[in-house]
Each structure stands twice: as C-alpha cells, then as structure tokens.
Design a protein around this ligand. Structure first.
Ligand SMILES: *[C@@H]1O[C@H](CO)[C@@H](O)[C@H](O)[C@H]1NC(C)=O
Ligand SMILES: *[C@@H]1O[C@H](CO)[C@@H](O)[C@H](O)[C@H]1NC(C)=O
Ligand SMILES: *[C@@H]1O[C@H](CO)[C@@H](O)[C@H](O)[C@H]1NC(C)=O
Ligand SMILES: *[C@@H]1O[C@H](CO)[C@@H](O)[C@H](O)[C@H]1NC(C)=O
Length: 288
C-alpha cells in the first residue's frame, strides 16, 4: 500500500512538473529586479538564473492603472542585465511597472508562453534619490550669511542645456539647512524655498557650521530628504590666535624651540664650569 501511495504521489508530482515546464518552456528564472534612481536617472536591473550569453531581454513598461504596454526603444533584445528607462518614464509623477521579457530565437512569438517577470511599481518623481549638494557660504555681515546652493544636475537635456533637479521638481524643491555654533551641540534648522538661502540672527563674531540637503515635503516621509552635504564652517573673528596662519604657528614653535635649546646649552655650560671650579677648590684644599 505504501508503495502504491508513493507511486501516486510521484505521478501527481511528475504531471505537475510537466505542466510547469510546458508553461515556462525553459528553466530561465529572473531574480533581484531592482529600480536604481539618482537625480531622476532611473535604471532597472535584474539577474537571471541562466547562462548570460543564451538569452536577450526586451523591456516593456506601462503607466499607472493602464494596460497599454510599450517597448523601451533602447532595450529591445538587449543582452545586458539593465535598462535605462529615464526617458521612458514621463510624465514622472506616475506609478510605472516594467515587464522584463526573456527572448530566445527558439521561443514562440506568443509572449504569454515565454518567461518574463514584472517589476515592483516605481514613481520616479517621488522615489528617485537626490544626491548631496555643493554650496558656498557668503558672509553678508556679522549676523547674516547667504548659502548659495548648486542644484544637482539630472541626465536630461533641454535646449542643449543639462537640466537640474529644480527644472524637474520646480516649487516642490526646498532645501533644509542645519547649523550650529562651533563648540555647541544644539542644532538649528531652516527651510528655504530657493537655492539661495539667507540665515540671519547669528551671534556676532562666533563661528557656525552648516549642512544642506534637498527637501521635498510633498513626498512621503522616508523619501523627503536628499543626501546631506559636507559640512562647511564660517570663521570666528574674536580670537587673534585663531586667525594665525599655519606659517605663523610654525614660526612660533620654532622660536620657542630655539629659546629652549639656548637655555639648556647655557645651563649645561654654567654647571660644568661650576663643577670644575668646585673640583679644583676641593683638590687644592685637600690635606697634604
Ligand atoms: C536610494 O538610496 C537608498 C540608500 O542608499 C537605497 O537603499 C535605495 O535603494 C535607493 N533607491 C533608489 C530608487 O535608487
Ligand atoms: C540576441 O540579439 C542579437 C541581436 O538582436 C541576435 O543576433 C542574437 O541571436 C540574440 N540572441 C539570442 C540568444 O536570441
Ligand atoms: C545684516 O544684513 C541683514 C540682511 O541684509 C540685515 O537685515 C541686518 O540688519 C544686518 N545686520 C547688521 C548688524 O548689519
Ligand atoms: C552663487 O554661485 C553662483 C555660481 O557659483 C554665482 O554665479 C552666484 O553669483 C552666487 N551668488 C551669490 C549670492 O553669491
């Protein structure tokens, strides 16, 4: 009885297996489908459980709830495991899905039979990462600085000019500025609508450090901030010591060193002389 049971089980398993095999028609399996997007350059990547040289891939995409699928013209029969969809996913503020279809000359033209895999949904406008910005500090007066931010560039061009993230996000792009007094841990924060931000109300004569990140309040919370910039500090102007250049410090240290060496030398010579005199006096006064 046990043997019959095993046979029945095996039979069921075999038929299930042959159905699966017929549907997928090959052991090709797509894995690790990911969207990588920085400053609105959006690339779909994947891996395959197959021998890379054996297959090509064609990428289709669709917008929102529609069922109209379109081919990405740069990714038809590509042998690569990635596809740049930046130009295809427009308008950007939509949820897109991509379909990676495996191609082989032996496959039927009927797509439904061939192996393929859907990507997770992706909205470039809301999900693209924003890189760290560059900025410069301009001192207006003792209590006010202007932070001059350079908007990161995208991979898009418009009328021969490279577009920035400001051209894409327009009024949705703000910048968040974190700053603190040198030597203090209390941070303050300012949000600026424009790429030229004014920070006022600083304490005269103190040094402050600033950090900047793109800030998009329209996005869901975890994706509102771009990467933080490097920190830049303004110089305090109260202490003369802090204003000395490196050269001046080297000069001071060398001078101190020379003085020290002279003092040591003089004392050594003085001690020797005294010792000699003592010894000779001692010798002369010794009993005969
Ligand atoms: C954005 O950056 C984070 C952290 O580096 C990363 O985990 C995520 O995959 C990136 N998202 C996209 C769409 O590139
Ligand atoms: C992949 O595409 C190239 C060019 O379109 C074609 O020459 C090649 O035969 C294709 N490879 C396979 C495995 O279908
Ligand atoms: C510094 O400049 C700001 C803006 O130009 C101005 O409002 C402020 O009164 C100035 N402060 C001083 C101390 O000059
Ligand atoms: C900000 O920087 C840009 C380019 O670096 C420069 O052209 C512009 O004059 C600067 N603005 C201010 C207020 O310093």
């Amino acid at each position: 009885m046990a043997a019959v049971g095993t046979l029945l089980y095996l039979g069921a398993w075999m038929s299930a297996w042959s159905i699966t095999a017929a549907v997928s028609s090959s052991p090709v399996k797509l894995e690790n489908i990911r969207w990588l997007s920085l400053d609105f350059k959006t690339v779909l990547t994947w891996t395959c459980s197959c021998s890379p040289a054996d297959y090509n891939y064609t990428i289709w995409f669709s917008q929102g709830e529609t069922v109209d699928w379109m081919e990405s013209l740069d990714c038809i029969q590509t042998p690569h495991f990635e596809c740049d969809l930046s130009e295809d996913l427009k308008p950007m503020d939509r949820n897109y899905r991509a379909d990676i279809r495996v191609e082989h000359h032996s496959f039927d033209d009927d797509f439904d039979e061939n192996p393929h895999m859907f990507s997770p949904p992706f909205n470039p406008y809301r999900q693209s990462n924003i890189s760290a910005v560059q900025f410069s500090l301009v001192n207006v007066n003792k209590t006010t600085v202007i932070i001059n931010i350079t908007d990161p560039v995208t991979s898009f061009h418009h009328q021969g000019k490279q577009s920035t993230i400001r051209d894409v996000l327009k009024k949705d792009l703000k910048y968040k500025i974190l700053y603190y007094k040198a030597g203090s841990t209390r941070e303050r924060e300012v949000v600026s609508d424009s790429s030229t931000a004014t920070v006022s109300g600083l304490e005269a004569g103190l040094g402050y450090c600033f950090m900047v990140a793109a800030f998009i309040p329209k996005r869901p919370k975890p994706r509102q901030h771009g990467a933080w910039s490097q920190q830049q500090c303004s110089q305090a102007d109260t202490h003369i010591l802090q204003e000395l250049s490196f050269g001046a410090w080297v000069g001071i240290v060398l001078t101190l060193l020379v003085v020290f060496v002279i003092i040591i030398t003089v004392s050594v010579i003085y001690c020797r002389r005294r010792n000699k005199r003592n010894t000779s006096r001692h010798t002369s006064s010794s009993p005969i």
